[in-house]
Design a protein around this ligand. Structure first.
Ligand code: ATP
Ligand code: MG
Length: 432
């Protein structure tokens, strides 16, 4: 307990004292160490925002942490032993426990760390003043760099010199904008902004995973538009994601999501990407997106069709049926965003009602499967090859035009008919 008096108190939060937290705290303080909650959970608790992950700091080395948790029967996962981090799982909830540390060697991407027992020094290695606060379970709040005042004023301020802190770890440059998007309520700190502008060219040295994590977290902020605009203005986006430049469409989508849908990072990224499929590919590569994210981005950045409230019923249903529920919704939202972008950001009430009706219809659509498969084509004596797909495509169009009514029997009859009466390529009834 080397610290002076805490400057302030935080009303102990339910998550600090519930069964899961209490068990972890009891285990970690068995040797009377000064163990505290730290980082994002304290920041968010100070604002009355819901707390996501719980991070805990302790002066004891990770081996001792592991032993204490084991002794208390709490499951541990050595998630980052080299950096002093152990994850405890208590009542099925994760707690990230990190030994107080300093970064001894930094090359802009990773650090070699040394453990110690000085809470102030641990706070000094953190990125922003409001991320450097810590709090004991009894509510004693330690705020070494004026983080609470910054938080209340909506000021994102680096601990120490922005340029030096970014050179130590370039990811902090993106974190600055991410936290600005979520917590900022003032124009950004000029020295920090100058450092970001100057050091933006270092961004490509970061791993795709780290770039992706910060970018996607930034994009789900309630209104990322102004921050993204700033990133564009000072060359941050151009430095690592030059395809992300369609700000007007992002803004339109954010407005629309405010009326009609929950925010979604990949959808927002797709709105921001200019240049269709190749651009989406480039973004997915740079950010090392998961296959699922990559496929979503690809289809949203280069839509297979464009929905619109003016489409006739039958065509609308045909298009609805071509994609899964989530994609259908994404495509409708992006198509709407496109029209709002084209109208220079204006949303009129009648138009909005029509788009919402389209979204409702899209949500109610139950996808139908063609009741005939490729194997049915083979069973009719067609050799495996491209002809199988062509027949299925032709049958699909025929079935769609009949509003998905024909059942398996009718579809098989049509298939036999088409096989027995091949149409000349490019013509004849049913060809489109
Ligand atoms: P969120 O609630 O969005 O997860 P967070 O503050 O918990 O926000 P994390 O990225 O989970 O953010 O990091 C946890 C804490 O670790 C931060 O609050 C900060 O104190 C510290 N931290 C994380 N990344 C860095 C970094 N690159 N440089 C310095 N400190 C960092
Ligand atoms: Mg966190």
């Amino acid at each position: 307990m080397s610290e002076g008096e805490p400057a302030q108190r935080l009303e102990p939060q339910p998550w600090m004292t519930d069964k899961a937290s209490a068990a972890v705290m009891a285990a970690l303080t068995a040797g009377r160490a000064d163990v505290r909650f730290v980082g994002g959970c304290i920041r968010d608790a100070c604002l009355g925002r819901p707390v996501k992950d719980i991070d805990i700091g302790t002066p004891e080395p990770p081996e001792t942490v592991m032993q204490r948790l084991a002794k208390a029967g709490i499951k541990t996962v050595p998630t980052g032993l080299k950096h002093g981090t152990v994850t405890a799982v208590s009542q099925h909830r994760p707690f990230e426990i990190t030994t107080l540390r300093r970064d001894v060697e930094t090359d802009g991407r990773r650090a070699v760390v040394a453990f110690h027992d000085d809470w102030r020094e641990d706070a000094a290695r953190r990125d922003f003043t409001f991320n450097a606060m810590s709090c004991r379970p009894d509510g004693s709040l330690f705020d070494y760099f004026g983080g609470l005042a910054d938080l209340r004023a909506g000021r994102v301020r680096f601990v120490g010199d922005p340029e030096q802190r970014i050179r130590e770890d370039v990811l902090r440059l993106l974190r600055f904008f991410r936290f600005h998007a979520h917590y900022g309520r003032q124009s950004p700190d000029p020295p920090a902004l100058a450092a970001c502008r100057k050091l933006a060219p270092l961004l490509p040295s970061l791993s795709g995973e780290r770039l992706a994590q910060e970018t996607l977290r930034l994009l789900v902020a309630p209104d990322p538009g102004p921050v993204v605009a700033l990133m564009q203005e000072i060359g941050v986006l151009a430095a690592y994601l030059p395809q992300a430049r369609r700000l007007a469409r992002l803004k339109a989508l954010v407005t629309i999501e405010g009326i009609a849908a929950a925010a979604d990072a990949v959808r927002r990224l797709a709105a921001l990407v200019e240049g269709g499929a190749p651009a989406a590919d480039g973004v997915a590569e740079r950010l090392r997106l998961s296959n699922e994210q990559r496929e979503r981005l690809a289809i949203l950045a280069a839509p297979p069709f464009v929905l619109h409230p003016d489409l006739g019923d039958s065509l609308r249903r045909r298009l609805f049926n071509r994609v899964d529920d989530a994609t259908r919704r994404d495509l409708a939202l992006l198509a709407w965003a496109q029209t709002v972008e084209d109208a220079r950001g204006a949303i009129d009430r009648r138009g909005a009602e029509a788009w919402r009706a389209l979204l409702d219809d899209a949500a109610l659509w139950r996808r139908r499967d063609l009741p005939v498969k490729g194997r049915d084509v083979l069973a009719l004596g067609i050799e495996p090859g491209p002809r199988v797909g062509e027949l299925i495509d032709a049958l699909t169009r025929w079935w769609e035009e009949r509003d998905f009514e024909p059942d398996r029997k009718a579809c098989l009859a049509e298939l036999k008919h088409v096989i027995a009466n091949p149409r000349p390529p490019g013509g004849g009834p049913g060809a489109s």
